[in-house]
Design a protein around this ligand. Structure first.
Ligand code: ASP
Ligand code: MG
Length: 632
C-alpha cells in the first residue's frame, strides 16, 4: 500500500461531470489499496473570474483582501469533490489550508510554505478517509492568523510540499495534457511527449514558460526527492516522470526558504577566448561555433553581448588543455567573420585570457528570489574580486573571475551561504559527465513497491538526450546600461538594487569590449527581465545611473528568448552550433547568447520568436509523429 498525493487542476474539476469522473479515478486508486490525499485547484476559470471581479472594484486591490477572495475558489472545489466521493460510498473529508496547518510566510499573494502539520491528515487517513486539501492557500501566523496564497498556479506547489511533509511515495499532478512535451503544442502541433525529464531540466523549462508545472513545485520535489509525475486526468497513460537526484538531508521546516544554495563548485581549469567586433548579422555565430565543433572543441560558457554600432562581441570558455586548439580555430576564422563576400568589413580581434576560474553556487530555491544571486555578487565584491562573466540558470549562478582569486572567492562564498565547497569533487565528476549527483536513468527503482520507496537509481549522463525540450519566452524585455565602471562591486550594486524591488533577472551579459572614459575602464551590462518589471527596473536604474555616473539605460521590449534545455549537452561539442545554424538558415539574427551547463538561450527579435522556436525544435529532431490533443 502506498501513500499517494494526487493534484487535479482547474480544468480537471471544471464541471459536475468532470468532478464525478475524477472522483471515480480517486476511488479506484483507493480500492487498489492506496491511501490518497487529493489537492485541488479552483473549478475551471474560477480564480480568473475572481481576479476580474476584484479589478472591477479596485485598480490595485489590497493584497490581504485578494487572498481572502481567491482562496474561496479552492474551498468550493474541495467541498464539492468530497461530496462526490461520499456519493460513491468513499469516506472523504475536505480541509482548507488553515485546517491542515499549511504555514506560510506572511507575504500575501506570493507566500512561500514554511511548514505543514501532518497529524490531522494522518489521523483521517488512518480512518480510511480520502483527505481533500485546498491547494494554493495557507495561513501565516505572525501575530494573528491570516489566510495567504502561494501565487497563481500554486496548487502544484501545495501538492508536492504535502507529499514531502507526509513522506508520500509519490505525487501525481493531473492535468489536461498527457504530460510534459518537448515544446508548447499550441505553437508546434507535433511536439512530442517525454517519458521522463530531470528536475533540473524541468526547472529550466518551467521557468522558461512551459506552464505544466509551477517551478516552485519542482524545486521542492528536487530538494526533498519527491517522485513526481505529470499525467492526463482523462487517460491511463503513464505521463512524464520528473526525476530528482538523491537529495541532501533537509529538515521539513522553512520548507521553501531554507538553503536556496546547497553546493559550491569551482573550476580553475578554464580559459576564455573573446572575439571582438564581429559583424551583427545572421549566421556569424553559426559559422564560428560550426567551425569550433568541426574541430571537436568542446566549449563551456558562451556569451554574446548586445551590439555596439553594427558589431558584437562573442566570448566563450574552454578547458585549458584544449585552449591552443580553440585559439587556433578562432584566429583562423576571425578574418572570415570580418568579411562579407570577400570584402573586409571590419577588424575582428581575438583575445585570450588564460588565468580564469569559474565559481558557481548551486541549488533549487533561487527562482523568484533575486536576493540569492545579488548576495553572491555582493560577497565577491566585499572580497574585492572582479567578475568577468556571469552565467545564470535556475539552479546555478556562475561567475568567471581571475584564477588567483578563486580560493578567496570559494572561502567567502562558503561562509556567506553556509555550505561546503565541492569544487574538486564536482570537477572530477564533471569530467565523467554530469556534475555532483549523477542523473536518473529510466529505472525508477523501488517506487511503487512497499517500504522505502523514495530511492531512485542513477546512471551516467551518456544515456541522456542532448536536448530535452525547447522553450520560447515572449514575455521578456531587455535592459542595457552602457559604460558601467568595470570594478568589483558593480554587479552587486546593480543587481542588489533590483533585488530590493524583488525583480528577478534572467540572462546577464557584460560586454567584452572595454572603454576607458575619464580614466575608468567601462563596459556595457545587459540583462533580461519579465516585461512586467521593466518599467520599475528602468526607473530604478536611471536613478542609479545618474547618481553613480553610469551611461545610458536602454530598454527594448520587442524581444523573444528561445532556449534549448538538456542535461546531455554537457561535453557535447556542436550543440550550440546546431542551434545557431538553424537560426542562420532562416536568416534570424541573434541579439544575445547565454549558456549554462544544461541550457543555451538566444535573444532574437520578437516577431521572429515563433519561427525561431519552430526551426530549432525541428533541427534537434524533437517532432513526433503523433499529434498531441490540445484542449481549447
Ligand atoms: N486556482 C489557483 C490559480 O488559478 C491555483 C492553481 O490553480 O494552481 O492560480
Ligand atoms: Mg494550475
Amino acid at each position: 500500500m502506498a501513500l499517494i498525493v494526487q493534484k487535479y487542476g482547474g480544468t480537471s474539476v471544471g464541471s459536475v461531470e468532470r468532478v464525478q469522473a475524477v472522483a471515480q479515478r480517486v476511488y479506484k486508486t483507493v480500492k487498489a489499496g492506496n491511501s490518497v490525499v487529493v489537492v485541488l485547484s479552483a473549478m475551471g476559470k474560477t480564480t480568473d473570474g475572481l481576479v476580474k471581479l476584484a479589478h472591477e472594484i479596485s485598480q490595485n486591490p489590497n493584497r490581504r483582501e485578494m487572498d481572502m477572495l481567491l482562496s474561496t475558489g479552492e474551498q468550493v472545489s474541495i467541498a464539492i469533490f468530497s461530496m462526490a466521493l461520499q456519493e460513491l460510498g468513499q469516506p472523504a473529508i475536505s480541509l482548507t489550508g488553515l485546517q491542515v496547518g499549511i504555514v506560510t510566510e506572511a507575504e500575501h499573494t506570493r507566500a512561500r510554505i514554511l511548514h505543514i502539520a501532518t497529524d490531522r491528515i494522518q489521523r483521517h487517513l488512518s480512518q480510511h478517509k480520502v483527505v481533500v486539501v485546498a491547494g494554493f492557500q495557507g495561513i501565516s501566523s505572525t501575530g494573528e492568523l491570516e489566510i495567504t496564497t502561494l501565487g497563481r498556479g500554486g496548487s502544484d506547489t501545495s501538492a508536492v510540499a504535502l507529499a514531502a511533509a507526509l513522506r508520500a511515495n509519490y505525487c501525481e499532478i493531473y492535468t489536461d495534457v498527457p504530460g510534459i512535451l518537448t515544446t508548447d503544442p499550441r505553437l508546434i502541433p507535433d511536439a512530442q511527449l517525454m517519458d521522463e525529464i530531470t528536475s533540473d531540466e524541468m526547472l529550466e523549462l518551467a521557468s522558461l514558460g512551459a506552464k505544466v508545472l509551477h517551478p516552485r513545485a519542482v524545486e521542492i520535489a528536487r530538494n526533498y526527492g519527491v517522485p513526481l509525475v505529470v499525467r492526463s486526468s482523462w487517460t491511463d497513460e503513464p505521463g512524464t516522470w520528473v526525476m530528482s537526484p538523491k537529495p541532501k538531508p533537509r529538515l521539513l521546516v522553512n520548507l521553501e526558504i531554507a538553503q536556496p544554495v546547497d553546493e559550491l563548485e569551482f573550476d580553475t581549469n578554464q580559459a576564455k577566448i573573446a572575439l571582438l567586433r564581429v559583424p551583427d548579422r545572421p549566421g556569424v555565430a553559426a559559422r564560428l561555433f560550426g567551425e569550433i565543433a568541426r574541430q571537436d572543441v568542446d566549449v563551456d560558457l558562451i556569451i554574446q553581448s548586445i551590439h555596439e554600432g553594427n558589431t558584437n562581441d562573442i566570448a566563450f570558455t574552454v578547458m585549458t588543455p584544449i585552449l591552443n586548439r580553440a585559439e587556433a580555430v578562432a584566429l583562423a576564422i576571425a578574418p572570415v567573420l570580418g568579411s562579407d563576400n570577400g570584402v573586409q568589413t571590419g577588424e575582428v580581434d581575438v583575445m585570450v585570457e588564460k588565468n580564469i576560474a569559474k565559481v558557481s553556487i548551486v541549488g533549487a530555491g533561487m527562482i523568484g528570489r533575486p536576493g540569492v544571486a545579488a548576495k553572491m555578487f555582493a560577497t565577491l565584491a566585499e572580497a574585492r574580486i572582479n567578475i568577468q562573466m556571469i552565467s545564470t540558470s535556475e539552479v546555478k549562478v556562475s561567475c568567471v573571475i581571475d584564477v588567483q582569486e578563486c580560493d578567496r572567492a570559494v572561502a567567502a562564498l562558503s561562509r556567506a551561504f553556509e555550505v561546503e565547497e565541492e569544487g574538486a569533487l564536482s570537477r572530477e565528476l564533471l569530467a565523467g559527465g554530469q556534475g555532483g549527483l549523477g542523473v536518473p536513468s529510466g529505472d525508477r527503482g523501488e517506487r511503487g513497491a512497499g517500504g522505502e520507496k523514495r530511492i531512485i537509481h542513477f546512471s551516467s549522463a551518456s544515456s541522456l538526450p542532448i536536448v530535452r525540450g525547447v522553450a520560447l519566452d515572449m514575455k521578456q524585455a531587455r535592459l542595457a546600461i552602457r559604460q558601467i565602471p568595470d570594478r568589483p562591486g558593480t554587479a552587486a550594486k546593480l543587481f542588489g538594487l533590483l533585488a530590493q524591488h524583488n525583480i528577478s533577472v534572467d540572462m546577464i551579459i557584460q560586454s567584452q569590449r572595454c572603454r576607458v572614459i575619464d580614466g575608468v575602464p567601462r563596459r556595457d551590462i545587459a540583462f533580461t527581465i519579465t516585461r512586467m518589471d521593466a518599467e520599475v527596473a528602468q526607473k530604478t536604474l536611471e536613478q542609479a545611473a545618474a547618481e553613480f555616473g553610469w551611461g545610458e539605460v536602454v530598454l527594448d521590449s520587442a524581444i523573444a528568448k528561445v532556449s534549448i534545455v538538456g542535461a546531455g549537452m554537457v561535453k557535447q561539442p556542436g550543440v550550440a552550433a546546431k542551434m545557431f545554424e538553424a537560426l542562420a538558415n532562416h536568416h534570424i539574427n541573434i541579439q544575445m547568447i547565454t549558456t549554462s551547463e544544461i541550457k543555451i538561450s538566444c535573444v532574437v527579435a520578437q516577431e521572429e520568436g515563433v519561427k525561431a522556436l519552430q526551426v530549432i525544435h525541428a533541427a534537434f529532431g524533437l517532432a513526433g509523429s503523433e499529434r498531441i490533443q490540445v484542449p481549447a
